[in-house]
Write a new protein. Structure first.
Ligand SMILES: Nc1nc(O)c(N)c(N[C@@H]2O[C@H](COP(=O)(O)O)[C@@H](O)[C@H]2O)n1
Length: 156
């Protein structure tokens, strides 16, 4: 059965980038994956740190979406990899949510956003669901890491 998520307050809310599961990446601490993702839009400028330091992910999202500052030129080419790295770091850092992600087996995961047709499925389900796809990719990576670790710890 397809797993839908969106709000951090509902079931599978930990799959949202707005969930408070911080991690270290690029030598810095990020309070949420939304902070990391939005800040990377302005790599090489002081705005990265300004976004990293705001308390709430909704403020990081607002700042990242403001177009008063120029977006990095290669954003469209790099944004999926940046999201993948942020989501992987988040789930590698927190065992409790890693277990929740792995417990979904091979079920399809969909960000049930009524407004976002790129990261989510959009209001009519026709969206690309890139965040859901990335979560499923990360699930595969974590499953592989787990089985490799188990093999390595087996006494031969
Ligand atoms: N809560 C929420 N509100 C929105 O308006 C959204 N678009 C989303 N989706 C999340 O937004 C992030 C990416 O947004 P931009 O590409 O910067 O517009 C990403 O975390 C989506 O999952 N969520």
């Amino acid at each position: 059965m397809t797993i839908y998520f969106y709000s951090t307050r509902e079931q599978y809310g930990c799959f949202s980038n707005f969930s408070f599961h911080g991690f270290e990446l690029d030598g810095l601490y990020w309070p949420t994956s939304e902070h990391y993702f939005q800040a990377q839009k302005f790599l090489g400028t002081p705005h990265v740190e300004q976004i990293r330091l705001v308390k709430m992910p909704k403020d990081a999202a607002r700042m990242g979406r403001e177009r008063t500052r120029p977006l990095r030129q290669d954003w469209e080419q790099v944004k999926d990899d940046i999201m993948r790295q942020a989501v992987l770091s988040k789930f590698q850092t927190h065992r409790d949510i890693r277990d929740i992600l792995l417990s979904t087996g091979d079920e399809e995961i969909v960000e049930n956003s009524p407004i976002d047709f790129y990261w989510g499925c959009g209001s009519d389900g026709s969206g690309k669901n890139m965040l859901g796809k990335i979560l499923m990719e990360v699930r595969d990576i974590l499953r592989h890491i787990q089985s490799t670790d188990a093999d390595n710890s087996t006494v031969k």
